[in-house]
Structures are given as structure tokens and as C-alpha cells.
Write a protein that binds this ligand. Structure first.
Ligand SMILES: Cc1cc2nc3c(=O)[nH]c(=O)nc-3n(C[C@H](O)[C@H](O)[C@H](O)COP(=O)(O)O)c2cc1C
Length: 151
């Protein structure tokens, strides 16, 4: 059984300050977790204020159905598929949809991938964004388990 992976970027169309953006992102993630859990989809969402980059993985038909629904969402535009492929196993098995807004806490991860300033996904190879998502996910996981051990 292979897993289908799709990576796309899109431009955020929701206006507002950081707080509004965070509320917006939480709404997106909660709908995603509900639907993706039902559809066997996992993945990761990078949000860097003006841009979204999302990886969806799962059954090919479900991934494509989910992407079609997402692409129609008016909260973003210019949705562009960067790559699709079949892989042997999931890269984000623990998340029905993981993701975080870019913040100072994770800046070191962005820096280690050469993203000092805002990401412009129209100028970056999908492989670089995929690698960033994997590291952001790993960073968050390590931080969570450190919290658990401390409490
Ligand atoms: C950047 C972005 C990413 C999204 N990702 C997902 C997703 O992974 N899964 C999902 O079901 N909906 C996602 N959505 C939301 C969908 O566009 C849509 O609003 C939602 O699936 C509708 O769900 P509902 O019919 O349960 O209300 C995303 C929306 C945006 C703007």
C-alpha cells in the first residue's frame, strides 16, 4: 500500500492582525482535524502570514477530494499544486493536520533552512518546503515531550 502525498501553496486572503490570523488558523485546523480524521488524511500546514503551504497525505482519491474542497475556500487564493507523489509511508502519521503560525519560537527552525525573512513559495522548490515542514513538526514534538517530562 502506497501513500499519496500532495504539496501546494496558496496566498492568505484573510485580513487582520496576528490575533485574527491565529483565530483563523485555529478554525482551519479544527475543521481539518475533524474531516481528515474521517478521511484518513494526515499532513502539515505551514502558515507564514501571507502564505500557506500544506502537505496532504493518504488515499489518492481522498487526497484529491480534500484538495478540491480546500482550493475552493475563499480564505485563500492562487492555490497551486507544487508536487504529487506516491511514497511508502506517511511523513506525518501523528497528525490529522499539524501546523503552526510562524512565530519567534520557531524562528530558529526557519533560519536553519535559510528562511531569514518571509517565505515566498513561488520561488522555492517544494523539496525545501517539505523539509521545513518535517523539521517544524520534529521541533514541536521534541518541545512537547520536554514539557511532559518537566511536569
Ligand atoms: C489553508 C487551508 C487549509 C485547509 N486544510 C484543510 C484540510 O486539511 N482538511 C479539511 O477538511 N479542510 C481544510 N480546510 C478547510 C476547507 O477549505 C473547508 O472549509 C472545510 O473542509 C469544510 O468543512 P466542513 O464541511 O466540515 O465545514 C483548509 C482551509 C484552508 C484555507
Amino acid at each position: 500500500m502506497t501513500v499519496h502525498q500532495l504539496i501546494y501553496y496558496s496566498r492568505n486572503k484573510t485580513p487582520g492582525d496576528d490575533r485574527t490570523q491565529l483565530i483563523n488558523l485555529r478554525e482551519i485546523l479544527s475543521a481539518s482535524q475533524r474531516n481528515n480524521g474521517r478521511d484518513g488524511i494526515t499532513g502539515y500546514l505551514i502558515f507564514d502570514k501571507s502564505w500557506f503551504v500544506q502537505i496532504l497525505e493518504g488515499d489518492r482519491a481522498k487526497v484529491s477530494e480534500t484538495y478540491t474542497r480546500i482550493a475552493r475556500d475563499t480564505r485563500h487564493g492562487m492555490s497551486t499544486v507544487m508536487n504529487t507523489r506516491d511514497v511508502a509511508e506517511r511523513s506525518f502519521p501523528e497528525w490529522t493536520m499539524g501546523g503552526a503560525m510562524r512565530s519567534i519560537d520557531v524562528q530558529e527552525v526557519y533560519l536553519s533552512h535559510g528562511f531569514g525573512g518571509p517565505i515566498d513559495p513561488t520561488k522555492v522548490k517544494w523539496e525545501k518546503l517539505f523539509a521545513l515542514a518535517l523539521d517544524l513538526n520534529e521541533f514541536e514534538r521534541t518541545r512537547r515531550s520536554a514539557h511532559k517530562q518537566a511536569s
